[in-house]
Design a protein around this ligand. Sequence first.
Ligand code: WTA
Length: 662
Amino acid sequence: MAEQSPALDNLLSESRTFPPSAAFAAQANATADAYAKAETDRERFWEEQAERLHWDTRWSQVLDWSGAPFAKWFVGGKLNVAYNCVDRHVEAGHGDQVAIHWVGEPGDTRDITYAQLQREVCRAANALTSLGVSAHDRVAIQLQMVPEAIIAMLACARIGAMHSVVFGGFSPAALRTRVDDASAKVVITSDGQYRRGKAAPMKSAVDEALEGAESVEKLLVVRRTGDEIGEIPWKEGRDLWWHELLDSQPDEHTAQPFDSEHPLFILYTSGTTGKPKGILHTSGGYLTQAAYTHHTVFDHKAGEDVYWCTADIGWVTGHTYIVYGPLANRARQVVYEGTPNTPHEGRHWEIVQNYKVSLYYTAPTLIRTFMKWGDDIPARYDLSSLRLLGTVGEPINPEAWMWYREHIGGGSAPIVDTWWQTETGGIMISPLPGVTHTKPGSAQRPIPGISAKVVDDSGTEVPFGSGGYLVIDKPWPGMLRTIWGDDQRYKDTYWSTFADAGYYFAGDGAKYDDDGDIWLLGRVDDVMNVSGHRISTTEVESALVSHPDVAEAAVVGATDETTGQGVVAFVILRGGTAGGTASDADNSETVNALRQHVAGEIGPIAKPRQIMVVPELPKTRSGKIMRRLLRDVAENREVGDVTTLADSSVMDLISAGLHKGS
Ligand code: WTA
């Protein structure tokens, strides 16, 4: 079990509760009896949720778990995911409703109705087909938050091709690993992007990534920055402008139904080893959970609400709660291209005010950033349209929760703290708005239809008031089906820890309070959570040791006031450059080079906040690095028990060297 940081201890003494207002409860989508109903007949419950969708062929069996841990949901059912997210709303007479209020960073805007979205998705589907993309093929997408990203994803879904969206902040090397792992046939990117008020090239990095990539036949380029970034490098025969290709395509396309278990997408996420895992999601079960949770947890009312999820489509939150869930539910949503402080720190609140956003979903790290910027900023805007707030990605500290409630939610909007993962596909643990008496800092209960427990090492559920590991003890529709190309790793990673009980091991520590509510305590494995982004310590360590100056490296996630955790690296330089006494200042050039190197290997999000040059690393007799001790150093705590170290003086050496350096 990972040690708890002081912040989390603090979180566990929180005892405030906030009942829903009578007015909210009276109109809520969620009802208290859903828990019992789902418990009595889980499969029937999920069947009812699947009925939210349009199926061309109804399933013959709700769940086939005979090949556990490989699940099949809605067996025999057929549907088209894109049809469900777009066409059926147009056919039901809502073609003129805005689907996407897109806001560009420089201030340009586009409103896209469901009818327009349908035409664009059809064109894109025809375009991909014309390039020879067919069902089961993989399309890699590295795009910033432009409507084309959503259109491209839906076009893939429409023709049964799988998308693999790669976050724009990933380096060319990271993009290449993902393109190769999935053997992507087509890649989609843009010429450049606006970031913090400036246009920056994007395609050139993708070109670098794709140098010699054998699977890639075509690179589609969305025009966003145009002339502003100068000449765009072009590879004849491979590169095509998105708009030119789409302009020549008919805007009608007949969506074919696919099997409920037809693969929908791969999304890579960090695991405990260096190699990212391609999480595979399929169609019917995933879309069911996406639609159900978006409806219930966000209390979404089609035709009334204006919804805004601030995530990036490069992460699972963008997949499930910008693309699939909201569009399946005919949401009208804001999609914002840029950073929250461009051109000013009130940008989000200005957008909320302008579009009368009613449901707002973001990450704790951003809330803490808003807090730092000051209460007066949101106070300048009319936020009265907001009626529900959500958070995701990491535990939210009670202080940030309270600030969110008071300064953004007007002291009354319910807050849903939603726990889930790339692997779970959709929300798993969350308060139900209008039902739950919320507690600042707790995600509280598995939502109706989901069963999760906190267990000890042996898989036995711990009593209320105690902590342990979070497990999911019953299969759920949105669950990952496997790791792309590696069934064994899927079994080993998620199902081997509690194999006897047959539980899915989430990798998170958790605690029950005395009421049985769940408090998430962070990862118990070697995965860090930086601004809600998962980064593995091993991945950063391999990036560091791939630099010629580094002999050895150990990386830990240290508590960070704003980002949740920050990456802190301890490195031993080759040839003993540091020699145990050299100060950080002496090494500052190397340290800077190493930070850049990590950004180049993985992406700027993985750049260590701090790199400490040390003469030795603390290791056990069997050679395992004791990260716990390094975390003590990184978090400026007294170093804990060193008795299991092979050489117990190592920590003194490290501390001495660092103090001299600081
Ligand atoms: C963490 C993001 C506490 C957790 C949807 C999980 C959370 C990992 C919460 C998954 C929350 C996510 N409270 N911790 N409400 N939500 N996490 O795959 O450690 O990017 O395992 O999915 O984020 O991150 P992922």
